[in-house]
Write a protein of this length. Sequence first.
Length: 365
Amino acid sequence: MASTYTPLGVELQATGENAGTWGTKTNTNLQIIEQISGGFIQQSIAGGAQTTALSVSDGSTGAVLSHRMIEFTGTITGNQVVTIPLDVQTFYFLRNSTSGAYTVQFKYVTGSGDSFTFSATDKTDQLIFASASDGTNPNIITLAFGSGDGDVTLTGTQTLTNKTLTAPKIADAGFIADANGAEQVIFQTTASAVNEVEITNAATGNAPIIGASGETNVDLSITPKGIGRVTLGAGKIQQLAEKVTVAATAATGTINYDVITQAVLYFTSNASANYTLNIRGDGSNSLNNIMDTGESITVAHLVTQGGTAYYNNAVTIDGSSVTPEWQGGSAPSGGNANSVDMYSYTIIKTGDAAFTAFAAQTQFA
């Protein structure tokens, strides 16, 4: 009676057979069993879309499908299919080390049973079990290891579901990406940080909170980039502090009021002459560039007066003359001696480089 073979190539010798070669065949069988139990092999699947059939080598070592771990290699330029015979029953560690954004499917040679597929970007490891559960449609069962069931790998692109992260560490300038992989939230690092942002959700009828945490009293800064501004939707502001520049400067000549720098400009030295106030963004940005049509801005200029008072007798915006609408119906004709005159200006942009200004002079003494 002739020998028979298992689906993975181990020779089953008949009684009384192979006189004189039984030892050699037994040693080969042991080597096959050794590679089945713990052997590693690489299989190139380089090339365009194709099917690579892994076949058994009866009574011989070296068959790819008779190794415990199989690493797929090569540059692929199309989707790949790797098949095994219908009667193979074992488990495999599969590693996808191919280059090229194409899928790699592992399945039985025929039938409609389940299979496992590495996605086009999944270059990770996977544990699968070839069940040989049906003579026609056997299943490849994906086991809880690697990318197939959500275990996290160092380099794989994977979706995490229902995972609890207690203290994840994000590198300086690291980010959370959106669904397209674009940066959505970037994290910047400060050495020896003790203050941080705290985000709190809310129950029905209450508002979520973005707050500061850390020391006893901590500000929360929202900083636009460049000349961008912070836009708040409909709502309320409970408390607001404005930036004030206090300068030991005497009003005279042309004074540039940079609205990007402050909301209030306070000159503490006595005015020495009537002056022109030029309202602009700053030395690099015009007011026209930082405002949109239909927006307004209000600024204040406090001018200290001595015994001889002077006043703001001309207003320009970005260097171009404007005639404000003055509170009370007429422009001031002088300052107020031994006082502080506060000038407020509300400027509305009505079009490109077109503004309407409303102004008031108020004496404080």
